[in-house]
Design a binder for this molecule. Structure first.
Ligand code: SF4
Length: 280
């Protein structure tokens, strides 16, 4: 159960601080935003990808922890971002363009300005723009969903953190009461007819928690269950150390180097070895 004596942080307040550090406005009302890389990626059978920097959550297992917490990267105008993504998509023959990161909905108008500049390319190529988000801000402001709905070839992937309020707080550090915003984001996007699907990292969910979450998702939309992406924690060394230090043990994870499955007890043993090494 959620323990209200130990409150987490407020991600809406964190958003304001992060936004101040990673975005600025030009005299022409263009929103410049920081990114830490642009790349071709294998996801969605090949996609041109821009990775934003800065996030309103602090997931213990975040694979871009350093870039997000230190807000590393360089500022780009919406036109620069759109041209880089179009170039990658054209060079590699991709029909998917995505912005990931980091939390791309921070400095929301920037993403919209990018989509506007991508729109002609998307329509001509029948390509998709996928916004990968933790859903907090779209759940908080329905207006964001309304604005996105103006663009036809846009889809949203919401990465749901934890299967319950309690696990959400343990994973993200944000207060458990904000868990619901992720589900709200699904509602808001569906209300505006936007293609959306959830991703769940099941490594931190117990059976009951997952069953409850699936029931809640089915209550939002019966068809959504079939669209869920189930993910496992990928045991990158730095993320592993953070999990061990926080006593957050995934019941199943995948070793990124050996491609081997690591179960809970084995993970505990690896944590023990990490601590042993650190104390020498
Ligand atoms: S929401 Fe994503 S980018 Fe943000 S801290 Fe969590 S894993 Fe990292």
């Amino acid at each position: 159960m959620y323990d209200s004596t130990h409150r987490g942080f407020n991600p809406i307040e964190v958003t304001k601080i992060v936004e101040h550090n990673i975005a600025s406005v030009t005299a022409d009302d263009e929103i410049i935003r920081k990114y830490y890389r642009f790349r071709p990626s294998r996801f969605y059978k090949g996609s041109a990808t821009a990775d934003t920097t800065g996030c309103n959550l602090r997931c213990v297992y975040c694979w871009s922890w350093k870039a997000n917490t230190k807000m590393l990267g360089d500022p780009y105008t919406p036109s620069e971002v759109a041209s880089k993504l179009i170039k990658i998509a054209s060079d590699y023959g991709y029909s998917v363009i995505r912005i990931s990161g980091g939390e791309p909905t921070i400095a929301f108008n920037h993403v919209i300005q990018v989509v506007k500049r991508l729109n002609e390319f998307l329509l001509q190529r029948n390509a998709m723009f996928i916004l990968e988000t933790n859903g907090i801000l779209i759940g908080y402001s329905k207006e964001f969903a309304e604005i996105l709905s103006k663009y036809r070839n846009v889809a949203v992937r919401i990465s749901i953190k934890g299967c319950s309020e309690e696990m959400f707080q343990k994973i993200t550090g944000a207060d458990a009461t904000f868990f619901n915003l992720q589900l709200n984001a699904l509602r808001n996007l569906l209300d505006y007819g936007i293609k959306v699907w959830p991703a769940i990292t099941i490594s931190f969910c117990d059976k009951e928690g997952l069953a409850r979450l699936l029931t809640r998702l089915a209550e939002i939309d019966r068809d959504i269950i079939e669209k869920i992406e189930f993910e496992y924690f990928k045991a990158y060394p730095s993320a592993m150390k953070r999990l061990c230090r926080n006593g957050l043990i995934p019941w199943i994870s995948v070793d990124v180097n050996g491609g081997k499955v690591i179960k809970g007890d084995e993970f505990r043993e690896l944590c023990r070895r990490i601590f042993e090494k650190e104390n020498h």
